[in-house]
Design a protein around this ligand. Sequence first.
Ligand code: NAD
Length: 361
Amino acid sequence: MMMNQEAYASNILTGTTCFGMLQDDPRWQVAADRNDLILLCDSNTEKLCLPLLRELLFTDSGVPPCITIQAGEESKCFGTIEYLMRALDQHGATRNTILVNLGGGVVSDIGGFAASIFKRGICYVNIPTTLIGQVDAAIGGKTGINVGHAKNQAGTFYFPIRVCIHPLFLETLPETELNSGLGELFKYAMIGASFSLKQLHTLATNTPGALNDIISKCVQYKEFIVTKDPEESGLRKVLNFGHTIGHAIESSFLDMRLPVTHGAAVAAGIIAETYLSCHLNDLSHQLLEEATGFYLDHFQPLPFEGGTEASVLGFIYQDKKNSKGAINPVLLDKDGHPEWNSSVTADDILHGLRYLSSITH
Ligand code: NAD
């Protein structure tokens, strides 16, 4: 496990002034003066976000060399890591180079992982361009890749020196990807991160600009939790609510070549895990109904077919959050607070999945 926790303190810059603050950072100035910055994009962010970054950050200087990977979850793999190691070398990267990840969660997960191992660790900056990236993936120092279709099986805790969250990047984001971000916002609302499902519902029907306030709340909440428990030995696990089942759903559909967005899978996982919280922890059915209503209002039903349940269960057993064969999702207690030491059986999971499938058919 790799940590550079001291680099974590107050490293998140939000709003339209974030790039000015980045330019004031002495580590950035040194690397920029030496032409020692390298960008990482995916095929979409190179086209849609790099021109904006040029205007916002590189007006007075040339744009640094850029490494581009194919957009999409399939790029989060060992093959891409090897490609990145070689590409960094070809671009003459040294231990002093700063890698600048411009993209969504795939770019920050894989770029962060590459930064953590290249020459035993170089500095990196995240510039998240998706809603998921801005509220979650780019902050908190978790990096990783999938092994096969099992999510994030290899990775490190390795913090970016800066995260710049600029609202303008969301303007080119397609509706499906904004909606995917709503899946993580749904999680934050359910675990009590200073806004309710009702507030989220109102905001979700508004323009992306209206999300700014909620993005700040998520950033503050995640920063608070991560500062208390950077290596996820306890409290930080609450951020995984919906993800034990959600990740397995995402992997299963990827395996069936019917990819669903990360947020849509997490939202489905939240419903199944809220159902389990009612049945195992006496959580009020009213909250389950509210969550189910929110889910049905904002997400397309997933195409569950014969065999999907078994496949989901198979992936659940590969989840890192489990210990010694037990399945350990985060559940809500009877007062709606997340608890991270739950243990459930395969049958419980099947019941959760059947509830999910029953509300969407
Ligand atoms: P993503 O990076 O694949 O982005 C989604 C799509 O949007 C891609 O096609 C991308 O090219 C495109 N895109 C990105 N920015 C754009 C823009 N501004 N305009 C137009 N298109 C744009 O995925 P994501 O939804 O950002 O993140 C999901 C990934 O993040 C998953 O792999 C998930 O496991 C990971 N994640 C990690 C953490 C963490 O703590 N490390 C937390 C949550 C999610």
